[in-house]
Design a protein around this ligand. Structure first.
Ligand code: S3P
Length: 165
């Protein structure tokens, strides 16, 4: 079963997963291959609700893979996805305060994130607060990432997993 990284946009889920295993799976990249277009384009053409449906079916498949899985920040929006994650045996919340996340998102020129582009800062903070409850509820382990480098976070996780196996 997959070891799953959850957290808001900008938490470092994909960056950390890449450091954890060469076989890691990034859900957004996997989705882009399935959709045949970038996530931002799919959002613009089909809307968020259709994106969430696609995200759900991909999550179900990917949870069976025996590797690290970096999810998209909105994976917790769907009750069905939350049920799937409740059945997973290793869910890790990469946590950071909203101000840190917002700064990281503003500085990130590589990723096009529709939720970040469409929402005001206040609305984004409301979204963060709503989702944070789900991240906390679903996580078997929470790691604070505000002042940690991705390398340090990955090293901590690998150490914890070595004790667990
Ligand atoms: C989303 C987060 C994105 C991506 C999509 C929607 C969200 O992933 O799945 O743009 O709703 O928070 P990241 O968390 O990797 O940016």
């Amino acid at each position: 079963m997959a070891k799953v990284l959850i957290g808001f946009m900008g938490a470092g889920k994909s960056t950390v997963a890449r450091l954890l295993s060469k076989d890691y799976i990034d859900m957004d990249s996997y989705l882009e291959k399935t959709l045949g277009m970038p996530v931002a384009q799919f959002f613009a053409q089909e809307g968020e609700a259709r994106f969430r449906e696609k995200e759900s079916s991909v999550l179900q498949t990917l949870l069976h893979k025996d590797t690290w899985l970096a999810t998209g920040g909105g994976v917790v929006e769907s009750p069905h996805n939350r049920d799937l994650l409740r059945r997973a045996d290793c869910v890790i919340y990469l946590e950071a305060g909203f101000d840190t996340l917002y700064q990281r998102l503003c500085a990130d020129r590589l990723n096009q994130r529709p939720m970040f582009q469409q929402l005001s800062k206040d609305d984004l903070q409301d979204l963060f607060e709503k989702r944070q409850v789900w991240y906390q509820e679903l996580a078997h382990l929470t790691l604070a990432t505000d002042s940690q480098t991705p390398d340090a976070i990955a090293a901590t996780l690998l150490k914890l997993m070595a004790h667990r196996d």
